[in-house]
Design a protein around this ligand. Sequence first.
Ligand SMILES: Nc1nc2c(c(=O)[nH]1)N[C@H]1C(S)=C(S)[C@@H](COP(=O)(O)OP(=O)(O)OC[C@H]3O[C@@H](n4cnc5c(=O)[nH]c(N)nc54)[C@H](O)[C@@H]3O)O[C@H]1N2
Ligand SMILES: Nc1nc2c(c(=O)[nH]1)N[C@H]1C(S)=C(S)[C@@H](COP(=O)(O)OP(=O)(O)OC[C@H]3O[C@@H](n4cnc5c(=O)[nH]c(N)nc54)[C@H](O)[C@@H]3O)O[C@H]1N2
Ligand code: SF4
Ligand SMILES: [Mo]
Length: 741
Amino acid sequence: MIGTLAKEAVMSQPAQHFRICHLCEAMCGVVIEHQDGEILSIKGDKADPFSRGHICPKAVALKDLHEDPDRLRRPMKRVATGWVEVSWEEAFDEVEKNLKRIRQQTGGDSIGVYLGNPTVHTPALLAVPAFVHALGARQRFSATSVDQLPTMVANQQLFGHQLLFPVPDLDRTDFLLIVGGNPAASNGSLMSAGDVMGRIKGIRDRGGRVVVVDPRLTETALKADDHVFIRPGTDFFLLAAMASEMFDRGLVRLRDLEHHVEGLVELQQALAPFTPDTVAEVTGVAAERIRTLAADIAMAERAAIYGRVGACTQEFGGLTAWMLHILNILTGNLDREGGMMFATPPLDLVGLGSPGSYGKQRSRVRQLPAFSGELPVSVMAEEILTPGEGQIRALVTHAGNPVLSTPNGKQMDHALASLEFMVSIDIYINETTRHAHFILPPVSPLERSHMEVGLSPLMVRNAAKWSPALFEAPEDSRQDWQILSELTQRLSSTNAVQRVARRGLQLVVDQLGLDTGLDLLLRTGPYGTHATLSKKGSTPVQKLLTMVRPKDGLSLKKLRENPHGIDLGPLRRQLRSRLETKRRRIPLALPLYLDDIPRALERLQPRQPGELRVIGRRHVRSNNSWMHNSHRLVKGPNRCTAMLHPDDAALLGIANGMSVRVQSRVGAIELPAEITESVMPGVVCVPHGFGHARAGVQLRVARKEAAGASLNDITDERFVDAITGTAVLNGVSVRVAPMAS
Ligand SMILES: Nc1nc2c(c(=O)[nH]1)N[C@H]1C(S)=C(S)[C@@H](COP(=O)(O)OP(=O)(O)OC[C@H]3O[C@@H](n4cnc5c(=O)[nH]c(N)nc54)[C@H](O)[C@@H]3O)O[C@H]1N2
Ligand SMILES: Nc1nc2c(c(=O)[nH]1)N[C@H]1C(S)=C(S)[C@@H](COP(=O)(O)OP(=O)(O)OC[C@H]3O[C@@H](n4cnc5c(=O)[nH]c(N)nc54)[C@H](O)[C@@H]3O)O[C@H]1N2
Ligand code: SF4
Ligand SMILES: [Mo]
């Protein structure tokens, strides 16, 4: 009795913690109510000016993730009998010894690194470049080449910097065209927008229009004014025909861009073969519809033409990403209010990061081009499996699951199993990390401070937010940046001069901590309290303005004082000062793109009878491959199904719910059929990120309740976009057959 009373006496009151949800690009503000180390509830933070109280069902997974018994708390070593916990010291020593040994024997060419998607969702991103440099890995890969690489290449080619992402000015546009994106499920991507569907609804409420181009009638399409079914992989044809139509009808209206572009005539000539009539059959979009769409967009006062994963990870991803930028330019909507604009983020990554370079290196086996020193992940398995000089013998993964996320997952599985040494910085023993020799787990996301550094150039409205850790990190634990920093120090060459020459920022992070590094960036950023870091192109006037900027500019202290975040206003025009291309012009007709047009012309054919192509699908309660271990998120009907049109199902003798086999060149998967008119005939739609039944995966809930099949066991590592090497994850040819019962 006394004991109970005493306990009650020390019980604290419930407290509120304001935080950014780091799970997707929407950056929602959440209010976490907690007491004595327990999370009581997670709700939307209405006082957050960016997300305005919006959250999605995944927010509650922050609690599940924190409490998940399968989430690793200690470094793990794989031994003959399974996994054992080891001390950080032993893990770091062994990792250092093995990586150095292999590097000494066969050099940096035999060391690979794979950076996964959550790398971008942790401020530890700032510690990554120095780590990769210290590791000396010459074979660098990331989720970029199964995602937005074509857009980054187009940014670099047209605007001179890979991170100059134009984002749709959702709050002011009159016309939004969404090509291959489903924000109702993804909550927006390459456009960080709290309450993205609320903002999209706002367009319609203002009398504007929203049109979705997608082979599936998606959740977003259902909320749009119009939906255009398109055959997978044919968006380039549609967009090129829209451009030709604009040229032919005199609808090209460059507005303020007139003096910023070159190559308009060559562009018009190159696109001439693609007209509404010539592309109607291949795209499955009627010529009249294409004409109307082109005219509507050209006439709209403010239009934003936006494309996402479905537009990038397809056969002509490079050309499609280029055409998306081109159409925004031809309609004068680039860098214009209500069009596609550049953010002015609190941390200026564009000023800090490399502009990017195309094709300076090629992959050893297949000669695919590198972008900014990074190779397309479609070649990673063959670089591990093909013997010879430069074969990858050791691999480091950070927050990545390439076995489920990259094409031909079975081959990747096999490749990882053959590595001489592998270390994963990760929180789970999953399909990928089960092959590692060591796993180094960071703390729970609630045990570290947070800022979305990597997403800062993508915000549809400028804002700044930072969250402190909610819970104290357990003793003897490490954050992602601390793991990376420790490895950086251990793996750097002992040459002191080289060490000092490392980026100033990295030294700050290593010596004074990540938050001090963030503070430095905020203070020297566009809203900071101090003079900007020396930046190309800043005029004396700009410098002067910076000097007289009021002292209460952005700093970490200011963000601490404003836990709901700070609004920094709508997007602003800035093309003139931002363009980093030669002569500060946008080259419209680059050979890189024009040279790929003959390949497209060869594909300008109608669909063969019976031809089936598989595309992907996302669900609001799932997140890539790693959030199926939350019972609350996976409960309910099986979401890992193969959607088929009723006409195709009838031809193949498949009934709803029947188990089917979907077969491609590289393999087959089995899963239930879901017959629905929401996919167009000729399309099979399967979500990615499932396939948890593989031996050794230690995700109890995912295995039991959501094992599913992995779409990437049938996507094909040989099928890539010719320009960028990006994996074709949408539009792979497949055969479908009912399973013998
Ligand atoms: N067929 C098909 N394939 C696709 C896609 C598709 O649309 N269709 N989409 C592609 C896209 S867009 C992407 S971005 C990729 C994603 O590809 P990946 O990044 O390779 O895979 P994820 O599923 O995001 O896996 C994230 C990993 O990070 C770990 N993790 C989670 N949080 C943390 C953390 O805070 N720290 C550390 N160190 N680890 C953490 C998880 O345990 C998991 O192992 O998948 C791609 N694959
Ligand atoms: N709930 C949830 N949210 C997420 C994620 C998640 O896995 N789950 N992942 C996050 C990540 S890493 C990313 S990159 C973003 C992705 O964000 P989005 O790109 O918005 O997400 P997807 O749902 O993959 O949308 C791609 C759409 O392209 C369509 N599509 C497929 N092939 C084609 C084609 O050939 N042409 C056209 N026009 N459309 C095509 C698909 O039917 C699909 O509707 O989402 C992020 N947010
Ligand atoms: S949309 Fe959902 S997952 Fe994305 S940031 Fe908001 S709450 Fe988190
Ligand atoms: Mo992604």
